[in-house]
Write a protein that binds this ligand. Structure first.
Ligand code: M6R
Length: 614
């Protein structure tokens, strides 16, 4: 995915655009660019484009002579490459070959090759390998003095996903934007508009914003705006207040967003649970499910589709739904589910779990399930995101914006919401009031137990430092701790670039045990639970082959202490809730490993915060 920001108004916008890009940089960071439309004195404009590979900091340098430009119309982009390598020329903004149209684009134009061929036949020349340059040329090709109409006509020819912002040298008072499948918000200020991929680039300027539905075009000028369909039918936009505070997206005293977000987990979970748990009545209240209560209670099967960290949360959901609500669950990579002709029987509920609500594979799996008759639910963090809008019902995480590419508080938020969902269902199916009350009581203690675990940060850092030279790690657990082990391995590899594998502890014997050599770090999630004894045996198996045991264990467990090199003691938590606490030391371990190895924790190589392409 990429980040886009655009401005039209009455103040010079260079700085605003660069600041906006910095906020959006988590969305993609292999190159960046900015274009300003400057009046040329004849009633037209001149476009100045600066772009470079690297971060926004590099762009600031490349465009520093433009910092004093008086231009009040501009567009800027931070890229995560899809079509074409990471080069200066492939970076956005893109200008058509006549220099008339300039645009930024987030998404993929799937039929770009057919369009490109057509445009070449009509004399157009291309200078980049991108699909976005094709769109700039298509708009220019169709331009007959009205930018809005040219954008509408071009987008009618396009298949794929886009959010775009477009300027034209002949219309220095117009900015045209559009979206389909990729996010775009228009901030409404006084005599100005700030358009961005998300609210973080807008909130410093205005809290009023409009969200655009798919296939909507908006023409913005200094005097007002008009929204329309691709067929030029006028639309009435939805105006809303951005629910985002500046301090939620600022680093504050933390060195990295990931660390801030790890430390935010206790409060984030308090907010996630607030108003949803009624201990006295033994009830869970989830307003977003109200209209589908009957269908949900009568459901026979649940399918959970997700990717990455969200998939691991979904795997914990499987244990929760089966344990508490006694309903069969399948968890699947959304990328596999979407193509495997899945059997969706009557009364199937499909749950899409996603922080961003924009992950392309998760969205496609959701559509597949919906089209085959499933009732669809979203467990999503970003309010108004595509998944939240394309599902029948859902529950928001309410954990606040997550900016670090490595997902942390969204994971615990997803697990918390899946816990509430399974309790909600369990209560309406089999579970007695006292049983629900007992779990709620334990659940409400979780934020404090995470707080207590965060106090172990220094110890976790020291343990990590001991093994920092090792290139291969194993993460092992059973039952609820198995997905937690998977998540620990993913966290470590994605930000420290250390090879790590997570798996059920028993699976190790079926092959991976051959990897264990003298001193290999093996992290066992060995908290008290139904399979505790079996995990102890697995630890012994690793020990006898020279592996070094780092155990996450329940406070006071002397037995684990006697067989592990290092133990991180976490509070005693009821087994179904234990992943919420047990994952925290693993997040901190990954964080410290990345810092110790000198990596960019919040922007790991090759990654982007959400993967909006297949
Ligand atoms: O936005 P989503 O939750 O749908 O994203 C899913 C994965 O791309 C995401 O969890 C990814 O694995 C993270 N980088 C993990 O930290």
């Amino acid at each position: 995915m990429c980040g886009i920001v655009a401005y039209i108004g009455n103040r010079p916008c260079h700085r605003l655009l660069i600041e906006g890009l910095k906020r959006l940089e988590y969305r993609g960071y292999d190159s960046a660019g900015i274009a300003l439309l400057e009046p040329d004195g004849s009633g037209k404009g001149r476009i100045d484009v600066r772009k470079t590979i690297g971060r926004v900091a590099a762009l600031t340098e490349v465009a520093k002579d433009k910092a004093s430009s008086g231009s009040t119309l501009g567009i800027a982009h931070t890229r995560w490459a899809t079509h074409g390598g990471v080069t200066d020329v492939n970076a956005h903004p893109h200008v058509d070959d006549t220099g008339t149209i300039c645009l930024i684009h987030n998404g993929i134009i799937e039929n770009y090759d057919v369009l490109k061929k057509y445009l070449i036949e009509h004399g157009r020349k291309f200078h980049t390998e991108t699909d976005s340059e094709v769109l700039a040329n298509l708009i220019a090709h169709l331009y007959e003095g009205d930018l809005e109409r040219a954008v509408q006509s071009a987008l009618r020819e396009v298949t794929g996903a886009y959010s775009i912002a477009v300027m034209c040298v002949d219309e220095p008072d117009t900015l045209v934007c559009a979206r389909k499948g990729s996010p775009l918000i228009v901030g409404i200020g006084s005599g100005e508009y700030i358009v961005a991929s998300d609210g973080s680039a807008i909130v410093a300027h205005t809290a009023q914003a409009m969200t655009l539905e798919d296939y909507t075009v908006v023409r913005l000028s200094r005097d007002g705006f008009r929204t329309s369909t691709l067929d030029n039918v006028e639309l009435t936009p939805k105006v809303m207040q951005l629910e985002l505070e500046l301090d939620e997206i600022e680093l504050g005293s933390y060195e990295h967003y990931m660390l801030k977000e790890i430390y935010e987990q206790p409060d984030a979970l308090r907010t996630c649970m607030r108003g949803r748990l009624d201990k006295n009545e033994g009830r869970v209240v989830l307003g977003g499910l109200k209209s589908f209560e009957q269908e949900l209670v009568r459901s026979r099967r649940i399918i959970i589709a997700a990717q990455g960290t969200a998939l691991h949360a979904g795997m914990i959901g499987e244990y929760l739904f089966e344990d508490l609500a006694k309903i069969p669950v399948e968890v699947e990579y959304a990328s596999e589910l979407r193509y495997r002709n899945p059997i969706i029987e009557e009364r199937t509920v499909a749950i899409a779990v996603s922080q961003s609500g924009e992950t392309a594979d998760t969205l496609a799996a959701l559509h597949e399930a919906r089209d085959r008759g499933a009732l669809t639910l979203g467990v999503v963090n970003v309010v108004g995101s595509t998944i939240s809008r394309d599902t029948h019902a859902g529950v928001y995480l309410r954990v606040g914006p997550e900016i670090g590419v490595a997902s942390t508080k969204a994971f615990t938020g997803q697990v918390a919401v899946l816990t509430m969902l399974s309790l909600w269902l369990a209560r309406r199916r089999f579970m007695s009031t006292p049983a629900v009350q007992r779990i709620i009581e334990e659940f409400e203690r979780i934020p404090d137990q995470i707080d207590a675990t965060l106090k172990l940060d220094e110890q976790i850092k020291d343990i990590t430092a001991k093994y920092i030279e090792r290139e291969n790690w194993l993460f092992l657990g059973r039952g609820y701790n198995y997905p937690t082990a998977m998540e620990g391995a993913l966290k470590l590899k994605e930000i420290s670039y250390i090879h790590a594998e997570g798996m059920p502890a028993a699976e190790m014997k079926h092959g991976p045990i051959a990897l264990i050599d003298n001193g290999m770090p093996c992290v066992f999630i060995a908290t008290q639970g139904a399979q505790y004894e079996k995990v102890v045996s697995n630890i012994e198996e690793v020990r006898s082959r020279g592996g070094h045991i780092i155990a996450v264990a329940t406070e006071g467990d002397e037995r684990i202490k006697s067989i592990a090199e290092d133990v991180i003691f976490i509070p005693d938590v009821a087994e179904p809730l234990s992943p919420l606490v047990a994952v925290v030391p693993l997040q901190l371990m990954a964080y410290h490993a990345a810092v110790l190895r000198g990596h960019d924790v919040d922007k790991p190589r090759n990654l982007a915060k959400s993967v909006t392409v297949e």
